[in-house]
Design a protein around this ligand. Sequence first.
Ligand code: UDP
Length: 405
Amino acid sequence: MRLALISFHGCPVARLGEKDTGGMNVYVLNLANELGSLGHHVDVFTRYHDVQDPKIVELSLNVRVVHLDGGPISERKEDLGIHTTDFAANLHEFISEEAIEYDLVHSHYWLSGKIAAEISRTCNVPHVATFHTLAKTKLRARAGEKETSHRANIELEIMQSSHSLLVLTEKEKEDIRELYDIPARNIEVIPAGVDTNRFNVEDKITSRNHIGIADRETLLYVGRIEPIKGLDILFDALKTLSHSRDLQLVVVGGSLSGDKELKALMEKAETLGISDLIDFRGSVEQSDLKYYYSAADIFVLPSHYESFGLVALEAMACGTPVVASRVGGIPSFLDDGNVGYLIPWRCPEPFADKIEILLENHDLRKYMGKSAALKADQMNWSGIARQVVGLYGSAIEEYGLKEAV
Ligand code: UDP
């Protein structure tokens, strides 16, 4: 197959863990690479996000990333909507110049969905849409004050015009049915995968030495630094735990130079008197993360909302049990009581309780870590990409049948 993946604002080669780069970038990167290794030809279209970006990056076998103009590089994500038309025109021009005939276009996020809907119409190709996050779900979780009814209306248009919706969890399918009134038969659930070549179990002491942390009870958070991730809840839990335990929290993500959110968190830690227990690392290259996950006794994810929560799955792949909020996509792969614990969101007390139970019980941690690694292994990317190929094949076939009528 010849496939166009559109990820307008989420460049697969951007540095991860900073303001607007996270799970979606990783998803697109891994999916594209796996599709390429299965012999499909993939172009990932994204906007220039850095002046240094070359127009075309040969990412891996059969896979290219193509940067196109789509508004000023410095434009904030919230203001990108006005540039999708220009981006679609540039994409069109690229397709004509290269005389490529794609079999299918797969969009990521609503902004890309708008662009793909246009390309689908003008180039006569089926469109598979994946939203990663939805305006109405975020609003319901009171986690997306920035999300607008304009965005929700466009999401609905994309849902109605696309040929198939690929969602990552049953929960997302339910949300689309309930909140947008879209029939279930158009929605296919295929979870995100985890790169088990990149994320696997490393020795704990070696990992602690490698990343330079003390050999004591260790909690780890990895992810973007923003209020939606609920780090304030974790800090409250840490404060409670610090009375009875000698432990440290390593926080990976954000930019150590002038990140407003990170600064606010450091101030909160100061106010709570727990600064000494927290090691803020800023964002870390993904290739180094397995040492962080392996160094930790427990991975913690206190989010108020999480469309999938890849970091929890990565920690599991490294054999680390997880304590996370019962929100969004997390319960779809985190089997409560077997690979870690799910806790009600915004509740520091149960968070502290479950962390304490795990810290107290070495055998339980070991058992859960093993189960976690096994579960993650079942979700490795090569298996997931094959399922996506199946979905693409059906979408192309159904589109062809409709066109023939
Ligand atoms: N990540 C990284 N370096 C960092 C922080 C995060 O490589 O310093 C990666 C991490 O490995 C994961 C992704 O960014 O694959 C975050 O995805 P997740 O789904 O957890 O969160 P999102 O950003 O989508 O909210």
